[in-house]
Design a protein around this ligand. Sequence first.
Ligand code: ZN
Ligand code: ZN
Length: 511
Amino acid sequence: MWRRALARIALPLLLVTGVAATAAAQDKAGTVTAPTPFKTLRGTITRADFEQYREIPFDLPPGVTRLTVRFSYGGKDQHTAIDIGLADPQRLRGWSGGARDHMTVSETDATPGYLPGPLPAGRWHLILGVPNVRAGVSAPYEAQIFVERAPGITEFADAPLDTHPGWYRGDLHMHSGNSDGKCKSQTGRKIGCPVYRTVEAAATRGLDFIALTDHNATSQYDAERALQPAFDKLLLVPGREITTFFGHANVFGITSFLDWRMTKPGYAQAAKWMTAAEREGGLVSINHPGVPSGEQCMGCGWRVDDLPAGAVSAVEVVNGGTLAATGRADHPAQGFNLWNRLLNDGQHVTGIGGSDNHDADIPADQPGAIGTPTTVVYMPNLSVHGLLDGLRAGRVFIDVDGTRDRVLDLAAIADGQHADMGQTLHLPPGRTVRFALMLKGVPSGLVQLVIDGKAEPAYRAAFVGGQPVALPDWHSDGNRHWIRAEVRDGKGRLVLIGNPIYIAPARASHR
Ligand SMILES: [Zn+2]
Ligand SMILES: [Zn+2]
């Protein structure tokens, strides 16, 4: 996995928007090499170009999904200045003057100053404008053109916002005016909420990442690319809510169009968008599966019952809208039933939360506000790749109240093996498993281990004020199991939900 290696050595240059996803390569020793330009345009600017425009042609093949240009030139010590712009075969795609040394354009998003849209095959031009070059000066320039030929994971930031591994807190489900998200206008009218207001509300809550998941929309990505530099502590994750008559699911990490139009329940039709999302490196998470479908919420309940193993990576276990309506994270209309069923089938599916916010003005202390609930993910770094890796790895918990300080972490130790949430212990029968629980930010309450979906009374421990919580040992029986922790506060409310540690039969011995 090149992206794991990339995260480990944190080479910011290689995360340059959209370039690395397909162009970076990994050699046999595991070293990440710089992406290879599709073309490099070189030349020299002289006094003959002073106050002139030069159009440098290059031919784009069919099927390009993203084009990125990196531009550099010499002679700056002699006050040479070169402006840049880009034209496709039909029109000027943008002009950044002397403001930028790189830009990217794709179907859905482009660097500010440039227009997103199809990338037609044919003759493109890099346009150079020369406001100044002194007589006798010869200034070399170089433009590296990078192309992606298949849609993949999109980063809106040039580099991880934070390179440290650790817990990051975010909201994976919310809506802006690109679908039905609202907020108030200057005069107090409810309007389709512009992306910046939704993003600002998330930043005010101190979140580390958000996914704006407008219904079947890809129009929010261009605004997110423009906003990301201003929000350099809040990762904007490409997202959308695939919204069908037979259930809703979020897709994270990718920006290409996915055709959501299903006319029958079942995987035969859902596979169309699910497999495309998977192929492009995106992550599919089923939303609010326990909400009943009907005239109250048309198409909301999940009715694709024949999902093959591995079709989805996550389930929204706690939905902020359901939290606001029922007051409970463990209400039957939340997502536990489907999550338990998939886990009991032997699938490794990460449980997450999402506010499903449709009004950026909802005050922060209310359920369904942006950030309530929060999903807390152990990530290799704060980037889209880091989030997807973290969600897939499964060291994740749901902070129902969206606090900034609560932590729930569980590890299991047996037979010289250590497993964090999301990892697997391979055990023959009769082994003793010890648990190590880390809990912060809940003054008193109850910790419960849930084993194969059952809250076993023997694995329940009351705690007060920062005292370490002791959980009894568990003994393996040679079969497959899953074990996760959850925490209730002093009033009995479910406030923290951990992800499973998996127990699998011992691996066959080769001796
Ligand atoms: Zn929905
Ligand atoms: Zn939604």
